[in-house]
Design a protein around this ligand. Structure first.
Ligand SMILES: *[C@@H]1O[C@H](CO)[C@@H](O)[C@H](O)[C@H]1NC(C)=O
Ligand SMILES: *[C@@H]1O[C@H](CO)[C@@H](O)[C@H](O)[C@H]1NC(C)=O
Ligand SMILES: *[C@@H]1O[C@H](CO)[C@@H](O)[C@H](O)[C@H]1NC(C)=O
Ligand SMILES: [Zn+2]
Length: 330
């Protein structure tokens, strides 16, 4: 509280204080706008934008201890017998309405109607697929290859791209799901390999949505046509993390499948060539990934559904336990 002012000079100072306060208030409003964040690759052209290291100024959850993406160190993962294969509902059929494909200014996103669902895989209930989007790297003029652009990495190695199929608990809408920790993301690495014909239609649509905010429609595809065959999907990693864009909501159940999707180098390059971050097509969309975050005390688990015998540890420990039991009786 200010004491009552005694002089005109003092009043002037107070008015100044009010203006400064209004100025700071309008700044903080600007900072709160979620469009204000950017990837590191956009920083040179938009010096004011908040790059990943400053996302914590948008939402403090971005500085939390359970953030994504992470680097998975395979020698430290723990096998988990509860990580059974998922049950997929309507992943093999097309949704009834057209797909909306949008350049969000941060990625290319397809909104889904929620009819495709997953359960099992140690998920607490049924989850519906609400959207999918991609992360990718950049063209390297020296190596004449795409530099990797996946968000997660395995033993420090990143893939060319990463596909995220975002699911929410069946009974929630998007905002509830973020608040009530009802999000589960299926992450697929994309490796450079054979041309993938199933992606032809989708990739041909990229030319129609170069600018931030552009939208187009396409005939829907079965989600299974975009990912590796179901048999390969039983091998995956599991950890608890966050959304990889502001507001970085934590409590996201992450699943990363070991088997990558394959796209040709030309198919991956099309993302960089056709899609721009901005409305004026100045800045090609490239390196739209968040750097890896500290794993901290979290444990990354691995499905072990291939194994038919109990883990080796049990086989070794059983005779030891029996021996100890007998020797204590004697
Ligand atoms: C696609 O966009 C149209 C028009 O905006 C909308 O009516 C429809 O619900 C959207 N479809 C999905 C699956 O989001
Ligand atoms: C990449 O190299 C080609 C020539 O090999 C050149 O024309 C082009 O401008 C270069 N692109 C960048 C972004 O440096
Ligand atoms: C794409 O967005 C730009 C910039 O907002 C706009 O001028 C253009 O008309 C849009 N194109 C399509 C096909 O929507
Ligand atoms: Zn993502």
């Amino acid at each position: 509280m200010h004491p009552p002012s005694a002089s005109g000079r003092k009043q002037g100072e107070e008015r100044m204080g009010l203006f400064q306060w209004l100025f700071l208030f309008s700044l903080s409003l600007t900072a709160a706008a979620s469009d204000d964040w950017c990837y590191q690759s956009q920083e040179c052209q938009n010096p004011g934008c908040k790059a990943p290291r400053n996302w914590v100024e948008i939402n403090e959850e971005c500085g939390g201890t359970n953030q994504s993406p992470i680097n998975i160190v395979t020698s430290k993962v723990e096998n988990n017998w509860n990580l059974k294969p998922f049950e997929y509902t309507n992943y093999h059929i097309r949704q009834q309405s057209n797909w909306n494909v949008t350049n969000t200014g941060h990625s290319v996103q397809v909104d889904l109607d929620g009819s495709a669902k997953i359960s099992s895989g140690d998920l607490p209930g049924l989850y519906k697929a609400v959207q999918f989007h991609f992360h990718w790297g950049r063209w390297n003029n020296v190596s004449k290859e795409m530099d990797p652009g996946s968000e997660h990495s395995i033993n420090g190695e990143r893939y060319a791209m990463e596909l995220h199929i975002v699911h929410i608990k069946d009974e929630y809408d998007l905002s509830e799901a973020a608040q009530k920790k009802g999000l589960a993301v299926l992450g697929f690495f994309i490796a450079i390999g054979e041309k993938n014909k199933n992606y032809d239609t989708f990739i041909s649509k990229l030319a129609d949505i170069p600018s931030h905010g552009n939208k187009t429609e396409m005939a829907p595809l079965p989600l299974f046509s975009l990912i590796p065959e179901e048999e390969a999907l039983k091998n995956y990693y599991r950890y608890t993390g966050s959304l990889t864009t502001p507001n970085c909501n934590e409590g996201v159940v992450w699943t990363l499948f070991q088997e990558p999707i394959q796209l040709s180098s030309e198919q991956v390059q099309t993302f960089v060539q056709k899609i721009y971050f901005d409305k004026t097509k100045n800045l090609p969309m490239e390196d739209n990934f968040r750097p890896v975050q500290p794993v901290g005390s979290r444990i990354v688990y691995k499905s072990d559904s291939d194994a038919l015998v109990p883990p080796a540890k049990t086989l070794v420990l059983l005779p030891v336990a029996a021996y100890l039991l007998f020797s204590s009786i004697q």
